[in-house]
Design a binder for this molecule. Structure first.
Ligand code: PLP
Length: 393
């Protein structure tokens, strides 16, 4: 027996543990101080009434012989896939029902999709980055190259034709930087991927925050993407499903090479290793895309985006450089006075009792930057902004 030694290459998950430990140490010695947390990317508003109503109806269905559900379809119930299909149609994207796979969240699928790719593929990952892309590939022993995201490129790296890569991760709007690609920029990535016979693994978890029509909500808004992209999306951010768990993955029928069809392989993979998302959860997810559900959800999204604007306006006032905040719930700011990420973390915690996330925790290019999130309460965000202004004016 041999264990998978690739796990030795995965760094300990230290970022949020270290944040929590520094906050706990501060709290122990400053029991009178109120700490405001704008660090973790979890949502705070509860599920909207329309979703709750649908989930209650799902529970009722499970209680009656005539409507009880056992194992469901591996790829998700048709009622949910149809509502996802209509949601994409609103952005001008036509998907076949067989191209939509419902899952228990984007994180699982982002990791699981690697089952259909060879271990000798070379992977291109932006830096800084959502750590799942790096860690899942390290576990499989793949070679990883980094596309540096910097102030110079607005934290939106563009293709480099000198690199030979097979899998390309793109997250837009991005976690942690909040930066979002325009459709024109994504067209360059799609052309690059098609030219290199590479596949873009496109993480659209934050598409619901895009309001600017020049920015993409889906990679499939871009001509040519159907032959080179897989898209991952989630109900976590649009509808507060971080604890309820539901997402979906789009694998186009045209994605194939040498007779290997990615859509068929993914269905085979899912039907072998996955038994579907609970019916009750899928009922709730489908309610997200109803007229009333969307009306309610838009209020929640507006609440978060108003928080983002408060933070972004504060950075504008202070003359601090940042990305995000406009089509994204994240504000990625340059640490003032040339402080390092952790130095600024301690400075903000000690002097304003505001907690954010040090950019260095997301990759080497994150050093000197800092992430604040709009997922807090309005009162907390207002208070945090007032404290930051007072401290840095
Ligand atoms: N992708 C990105 C970029 C994220 O930031 C997150 C969660 O924070 C996820 C995926 C995970 O989504 P889910 O809750 O659907 O697993």
């Amino acid at each position: 027996m041999n264990f998978n030694k690739n796990f030795n290459d995965v760094a300990d998950s230290y970022l949020f543990a270290e944040v929590a430990s520094r906050v706990a140490a501060f709290s122990r010695t400053h029991t009178d101080k109120k700490i405001i947390k704008l660090g973790i990317g979890d949502v705070t508003l509860p599920l909207v009434p329309e979703v709750i109503k649908a989930m209650h109806a799902g529970v009722e269905d499970m209680s009656k012989q005539e409507t009880f559900k056992g194992y469901g379809p591996y790829e998700g119930y048709a009622f949910l896939r149809e509502s996802i299909q209509s949601y994409y149609k609103e952005s001008g994207v036509n998907l076949g029902l067989s191209e939509i796979f419902v899952s228990d969240g984007a994180k699982s699928d982002l990791g699981n999709i690697l089952d259909i790719f060879s271990a000798d593929n070379t992977v291109l990952v932006p830096d800084p980055v959502y750590p799942v892309y790096v860690d899942t590939n390290l576990m499989a022993g793949r070679k990883i190259l980094f596309a540096d995201a910097t102030e110079e490129n607005g934290f939106l790296p563009m293709p480099d034709y000198s690199l030979d890569v097979d899998l390309i991760y793109i997250c837009s709007p991005n976690n942690p930087t909040g930066a979002a690609y325009t459709k024109a920029q994504l067209k360059e990535w799609v052309d690059f991927a098609n030219a290199k016979h590479a596949v873009i693994l496109y993480d659209a978890a934050y598409e619901c925050f895009v309001s600017d029509g020049n920015l993409a909500r889906s990679i499939f808004q871009i001509e040519g993407a159907r032959t080179c992209a897989i898209e991952f999306c989630s109900f976590s951010k649009i509808a507060g499903f971080t604890g309820t768990r539901c997402g979906y993955t789009v694998v186009p029928e045209e994605l194939e090479k040498d007779g290997f069809n990615a859509n068929k392989a993914w269905l085979r993979r899912q039907s072998t290793k996955f038994n579907g998302v609970p019916y009750i959860v899928q009922k709730g997810a489908a309610a997200v895309f109803t007229k009333q559900g969307m009306r309610e959800i838009k209020q929640n999204l507006a609440y978060y985006m108003d928080n983002a604007k408060l933070i972004a306006d504060c950075m504008d006032d202070l003359g601090i450089w940042y990305t995000g905040g406009k089509n994204s719930p994240y504000i990625w700011l340059k640490c003032p006075r040339n402080m390092g990420s952790w130095e600024f973390f301690d400075y903000l915690l000690n002097n304003a009792q505001v907690v954010g996330t040090p950019g260095a925790g997301f990759g080497k290019c994150g050093e000197g930057y800092f992430r604040l999130t709009a997922f807090g309460s309005r009162e907390g965000t207002e208070e945090a902004v007032a404290r930051i202004k007072k401290l840095l004016k």
